[in-house]
Write a protein that binds this ligand. Structure first.
Ligand code: PRX
Length: 629
């Protein structure tokens, strides 16, 4: 369906003139003509122990390699290189605790000390280059130190969002075969303690690989400590082994940096693998150009380091750019809905990057909350995670940005590691469109047969050429990597999203085409929710679908078939919702559980979620010829 074009926003020409990219169109044209040259120039801006031989090696496509022969370490560029220049005493991170009292700052110099200390400790636990370390921490400074420390010594971090259940944590620890887990006694969630260490205890009880657990003290709740396995971070810091410099390990550009689990269309989460060289060049340049990073900026990315946005644009991208980042332990509305606005005012935040779901939820509290604060330090706003609806865009622009701040809508994925479709600050913005492909990126929107669709028509969004920060593979599962991303249209990367483009080349993302549901910007697989449901003794079969939700974007609705002997009822429905929350994550808790006698299935036994979805929305159920009954 074609849609009429909504309002466009034309930024003040002075914004482009003073930015890193004064003429986006010509840079886009130039970079597209020679993407490899564009990326080689960007890589030259960073430091390498040894320069690369080949920028892009596509001899084993789709296992693309970037900057082969090059040697570096992302931490050398995030920290070490700043220590000999003007950034040495600049603030790298400012941190505020949820209680509004705990406050810490780290210059690049002191960040280096903290990372050295953590790296020495991790090393002392027998972790060597290539070993995996699971990090399960709240938004406290140690999560930054832990990630950077792993990277510094060449260990591969696997950060698990500290809201995942023991089951989810255990399966990710086992899959990555982590030797070490770094966690905290608890985390603060709206003034209450969430017992992280207890969850780790449950998760590692039967783990065949975990030898040590480091516990950061945050909430001072009672925890059990296994005398051989568990260690308080405070105690370790006092040991002689923690002191002194820890050398930054020289890494091949293609050596693994981290794995990050994300949802796919089967029950088993996908372990996305990123590497030192390409990811470093990609996150550095996308942040620099899209958010026009300047020395005087105070950057705030509200994402948790447990997600890719936190990895790329809270931890790595800002430090690669020598920027000052703010990290807040709490959420936007505790204790009052002005919390974020108050922090922007207090810290003089210049660039604020968040998610549409947060904007929509804050918008509901009205204009008075942001209007109580002086938000004039802001110069740029950003959005990520799901399409931003034009109403939320307008509110963000008018009330938060006072009509002065361009909004950078950034489309990308855990897999791409960096912005893939976006704009730069001086460009025309169309509320609701993610913008245009990033420099050097070619995209296409295809029909089922692989032909490009006409402007305005919906189709499958694909990336036509590889980019340096893109995943290298799925950890331990090369075949699934090929099957998931490269098999539908050979030679093209399937994003899993549907989109349309307009006559100006702006891309409008519609949503996922696979069994992934975006709930409050978080990515969940229907299969994960369904397997959590069927692990309940009352459930024989389950289907989960996403239905539109005003604040969350999508909400999960579950359909369950009960085992013989169980009766449907409100109480059972509630206990199933709780069960998903406990066995997967509170984010995955269904909004609604419906009891049914049967699920619509194809003759080969596949659940037809599209039929459930259409029925729930009162829409046409489409072709039912494959339905078994
Ligand atoms: O559907 C797209 C949506 O989020 C998916 C990727 O999710 P995840 O790997 O969790 O990464 C989220 C943060 C990068 C995409 O396939 N998505 C992400 N950003 C946008 C978006 N949809 C529309 N507009 C965006 N700006």
């Amino acid at each position: 369906m074609r849609q009429t074009e909504p309002d466009v926003y034309r930024p003040d020409p002075a914004i482009a003139a003073s930015s890193h990219v004064p003429d986006a169109d010509s840079l886009r044209e130039q970079a597209l003509a020679d993407p490899v040259g564009f990326w080689a120039d960007r890589a030259e801006e960073l430091e390498w122990f040894q320069k690369w031989d080949t920028v892009l090696d596509d001899s084993e496509a789709p296992f693309y390699k970037w900057f082969t022969g090059g040697r570096t370490n992302i931490v050398h560029n995030c920290i070490d290189r700043h220590l000999t220049g003007p950034n040495k005493n600049k603030l790298a991170f400012i941190w505020m605790g949820e209680n509004g009292r705990d406050h810490l700052t780290f210059s690049y110099f002191s960040l280096n000390r903290q990372v050295n200390m953590m790296a020495n400790i991790i090393k002392s636990m027998g972790v060597v280059k290539g070993d995996r370390v699971t990090i399960y921490l709240p938004r406290i400074p140690e999560v930054l130190f832990a990630m950077l420390a792993c990277a510094k010594i060449g260990a591969v971090h696997s950060v698990i969002f500290a809201g995942f259940s023991a089951d989810a944590l255990a399966s990710r620890i086992d899959d990555s075969e982590s030797k070490l887990v770094i966690t905290a006694d608890g985390s603060w969630v709206n003034g209450k303690v969430f017992p992280l260490k207890d969850i780790v205890d449950q998760a590692v009880r039967f783990s065949p690989t975990v030898e040590n657990v480091i516990v950061v003290r945050r909430t001072h709740n009672e925890v059990e400590m296994d005398a051989l396995r568990d260690h308080w971070y405070d105690d370790l810091k006092a040991l002689p082994i923690a002191k002194g410099k820890c050398p930054t390990e020289p890494m091949d550009a293609e050596d693994p940096l981290f794995i990050l689990y994300t949802s796919g269309s089967t029950g088993k989460p996908k372990a996305i693998l990123h590497t030192h060289g390409g990811y470093m060049v990609g996150t550095y340049s996308t942040l620099k150009y899209t958010f026009d990073i300047r020395p005087e900026d105070r950057w705030w990315c509200t994402a948790d380091p447990g997600w890719i946005t936190g990895h790329s644009y809270l931890v790595y991208g800002p430090t690669l750019n020598g920027a000052t980042s703010f990290m807040f332990e709490g959420g936007p509305t505790y204790p009052y809905p002005n919390r974020w606005w108050q922090l922007i005012e207090h810290y003089g935040i210049t660039s604020f990057y968040t998610a549409p779901t947060a904007i929509r939820s804050l918008m509901r509290f009205g204009d008075a909350w942001p209007n109580r604060h002086d938000l004039s330090s802001l110069r740029l706003l950003g959005s990520v995670g799901e399409p931003i609806n034009p109403e939320a865009w307008q509110w963000f622009h008018r009330v938060v940005g006072k009509g002065q701040c361009p909004i950078m809508d950034t489309w990308w994925q855990t897999e791409t590691g960096m912005f893939q479709i976006t704009q730069v600050p001086g460009e025309v913005q169309k509320p609701g469109s993610a913008g245009k492909p990033f420099f050097g990126q070619d995209v296409e929107i295809l029909n089922e047969e692989g032909e490009p669709v006409s402007d305005g028509d919906e189709g499958f969004l694909v990336l036509k050429n590889p980019a340096p920060a893109m995943l290298r593979t799925l950890y331990k599962d090369d075949q699934r990597y090929i099957d998931t991303y490269w098999s539908k249209y050979p030679g093209k990367y399937l994003t899993g999203d549907s989109a349309r483009s307009d006559s100006d080349g702006y891309i409008w993302i519609i949503g996922r085409t696979d069994d992934v549901i975006k709930v409050s910007g978080h990515r969940l697989g229907t299969a994960e929710v369904e397997s959590a449901l069927v692990s309940h003794p009352a459930v024989s079969e389950a289907a989960a679908i996403g239905l539109p939700h005003e604040v969350k974007g999508n909400a999960i609705h579950a359909y369950v078939v009960l085992r013989v002997g169980y009766e449907p009822g409100q109480e059972l429905g509630e206990s199933l919702r709780q069960h998903v929350s406990q066995h997967l994550s509170p984010i995955a808790k269904p909004d609604d559980v419906q009891f049914v006698d049967k699920l619509p299935k194809t003759r080969s036994g596949k659940i037809m979620r599209r039929v459930l979805k259409a029925r729930a929305q009162g829409l046409d159920e489409g072709d039912l010829s494959t339905l078994d009954d």
